[in-house]
Design a protein. Sequence first.
Length: 317
Amino acid sequence: MKPLGIKAKVALATSLTSIAMIALVTMIQVQHMRDDFTKVLLSQQSSLISRTAAELDDKLGMLLQIVTLTARQQPPELIAQPAQLREYYSRRSMLVLFDDVLVLDAHGAVVADMPEVAGRAGINVAEREYFQTVLRTRQPMITEPMLGKSSGMPIVQMAAPVLAADGQVAGVVIGVLRLYKDNLLGRLRSEKIGKSGYYFILTRGAEPRYVLHPDTSRLLQPRKPNANLTTTQLLKDDGEGSMVSTNSRGVTAVNSFKRLKSVNWLLAASLPLDDAFEPFDGVLYRLVLWSILASLLAAAVLGWVTVRLLSPLVRLR
């Protein structure tokens, strides 16, 4: 095999060097672009979770205020008249905003329920912490998520006291939100972030539980500590913010967390990285394609120029 001449060697070396340099610059640029895109993505996700948390706080505050005003306006003497009590609440907006409305007497017994469910009237919830808190403080409150005593399904309740003329608690009005239904709270379960991202809510504390999740089987279930180690550490630190992390199933996602002000919950948003970087991957594909074409063209031009420049030297030789 005939060895390469000096022109071919120099032209080949020049071409390969140009290809290597363009490839190196492209790799560095792609990494910088990816880092910049990640920063923008985290910033956007943080803004989204903050805005959603503020809207959710507003909704919860509005619902609690409606229950409070309703309890304040309800005549205390109706507590002893279940039929008139149902008639009274049939004309109230609470029935539109809540899945159920319950009225308890001062001893914790259900005296009226709307809509009426067989066997629910007469159930006593005096041992429930929220009832004892309302009796003690005489202030409205949003309860922790719990299983309904009659339905056995996950719910959250807004409770407010009905005060008698002497200031004593004559009863308690409760608005019930079923966490598995598409109400003002549960609707967040079905909202999407991008194509496959979703929201969920956790209680804050030693053992966080799911208040909301697209998978209804997780409602009120404790979060597994090994589900996502980064998230586990954030929960231990009672922190918030956005980060890229990988869960126990190997799915890498942009996860954002924001504490709610109206309740002791943590709102979270999770957007799979493949979904988040889909627009960037299209840009990356085009960048790499054009870089390959540019490097081949540059190599061809440099090789041709090198050959032309070395031709006089070869003739002298």
